[in-house]
Design a protein. Sequence first.
Length: 139
Amino acid sequence: MEQLLMTSDGLGLVPTDSAGPVRGLTQADFLRILSTQLTFQDPMKPMDSTRFMAQMAQFSALEQSRQSNDRLDTLLAFQSAQQSLGLIGRTVEVSQASGTLTGQVTTLSFAAGRPALTVKTVEGEWLSGLSLSQIAVVR
């Protein structure tokens, strides 16, 4: 039986993904909060227009920052894939808990968008699912 986890975000209950954290507010969430503020504000003391514009500017800057981070993540993924392609056929030293092993990169696959290398060691052992961070030396 699958269990559905819920969390409160101040706007209601939201399902959470046990595989990762819940993302922050979206533009739709911000507009919903803003319209709620405007609906329940005191007509005798309306929201200050400069404060309102400051909130809009802050959210806009936050959204642009989030989009920049997403683009940077994409760029880093492409760079990682490019580096991995250059390792095929090269002799490498692989760092593992049991020590350093030497072998040749034979294949490249992608797991969850990240490169995973397969190395055939000089002893004939196959090491698969290696990340770039495990490659200590490239010859």
